[in-house]
Write a protein that binds this ligand. Structure first.
Ligand code: NAD
Ligand code: UD1
Length: 344
């Protein structure tokens, strides 16, 4: 099987390449598989390609190719899909910073929505009709009930979230237009952690927006303390509760979704989370305990746009994909710390 990973050198794409090589390699009797990573490197680096190859090892049943390019370049995408005889696409490429999306909505819609339309045009031209798409739990907006099921109303509250929602709807329309299409939109909760090799992980440029990379940068001494955004939420310790999921579990969820998409037509939206909520302070304390480090915190005002609690109902992922998360908070904190240390 030949699979194109747009945004393949990014945080989740790189872990998925590794998980996919393992799952495809386990398919007995199949010929050699090919994973093609396409990325414009706007938020990742080319060194990741060699790191993925190192993890895959020389004996992998998968070949790996990297192509530097932009998903908005329909001509390039058409060439890649055709020349590499691509069977399916896992579409990660996109911009993902919420605050930046509020300041630069046109750039976000152009990159995320227009980029996806360009990819779909190339896929249509090459008769490739299978896609797994990186969506987000952000499409649910403020939860009306918990845990969040896939049937919960969708209402994104910023341009980033709306770009995900628009893309989901476009993909739905494509599936309605032609029953041969198969699309799985994976709604990620909060991916954290890194591969056990310490070779790949999350490397945000500039000040991290998300909690775990901020914690690791405080622990390593790059920042003095963590600002905890509010301790007056209606949660057990007053700090925000999220469903943190190990990125390796998440990556394996993509392999399961791809397997599903090769066997079933139609459009699906599926949560990828653990189903368990964890507060900011609980994550900080777990990180300190398992890694034997100190993470000073300071309570500050709530961050605009934040919700109190968010966690997944994971039943559909189990029933549909036969997938569930296996790693716990300790695994997430240990691997995130190991990666941070290996990079400094
Ligand atoms: P990332 O920034 O590490 O990876 C995205 C990759 O896409 C980067 O390597 C970037 O260079 C590339 N890219 C961006 N625009 C491109 C374009 N026009 N053409 C080609 N390449 C382009 O982010 P990630 O955390 O790996 O996220 C992957 C996907 O998952 C994104 O679509 C993101 O919105 C979504 N997502 C991420 C999270 C999260 O917390 N990390 C949560 C929910 C959804
Ligand atoms: C954010 C995005 C969301 C995106 C998700 C995963 C916002 C408003 N939402 O969600 O769209 O899908 O990341 O990428 O940005 N926190 C602190 N101090 C920090 C950082 C975070 O206290 O320095 C707290 C937050 O208030 C929250 C929790 O930690 O309670 C998790 O924050 P974060 O990692 O940014 O994820 P989300 O807010 O869930």
């Amino acid at each position: 099987m030949n699979v194109l990973l747009t945004g393949g050198t990014g945080y989740i794409g790189s872990h998925t390449a590794v998980a996919l090589a393992e799952s495809l390699g386990a398919l007995i009797g199949e010929k050699t598989h090919h994973i093609v990573l396409l990325d414009n490197l706007c938020n990742s680096e080319i060194a990741t390609v060699d790191r993925i190859k190192t993890i895959m090892g020389a004996n992998s049943a998968c070949a790996l190719t990297f192509i530097q390019g932009d998903i908005r370049d329909t001509t390039l995408l058409t060439q890649v899909l055709s020349n590499q005889q691509i069977d399916a696409v896992i579409h990660f490429a996109g911009l993902k910073a919420v605050g930046e999306s509020v300041a630069q909505p046109v750039e976000y819609y152009a990159n995320n929505v227009q980029g996806t339309i360009s990819l779909l045009q190339a896929m249509q031209a090459c008769n490739v009709k299978k896609m797994v798409f990186s969506s987000s739990a952000t499409v649910y907006g403020e939860p009306q009930q918990l845990p969040l099921t896939e049937t919960h109303p969708t209402l994104a509250t910023n341009p980033y979230g709306r770009s995900k929602l628009h893309i989901e709807e476009i993909l739905h329309d494509v599936c309605l237009s032609n029953p041969e299409w198969s699309v799985v939109c994976l709604r990620y909760f909060n991916p954290v952690g890194a591969h056990k090799s310490g070779l790949i992980g999350e490397r945000p440029s500039g000040t991290p927006n998300n909690l775990m990379p901020y914690i690791t940068q405080v622990a390593v001494g790059q920042r003095s303390h963590l600002n905890v955004f509010g301790n007056d939420y209606p949660t057990p310790d007053g700090t925000g509760v999220r469903d943190y999921i190990h990125v390796v579990d998440l990556a394996e969820g993509h392999a399961a979704a791809l397997n599903y998409a090769t066997k079933h037509a139609g459009w699906q939206a599926i949560n990828l989370g653990t189903g368990k909520g964890c507060s900011v302070l609980e994550l900080v304390h777990t990180f300190e305990t398992v890694n034997n480090v100190t993470v000073p915190v300071q309570i500050v005002n709530r961050r605009a746009g934040d919700i109190a609690v968010c966690y997944a109902n994971t039943q559909k992922a189990l029933n549909t994909l036969n997938w569930s998360a296996t790693k716990n908070l300790t695994d997430m904190c240990q691997s995130a710390w190991q990666f941070e240390q290996s990079m400094t």
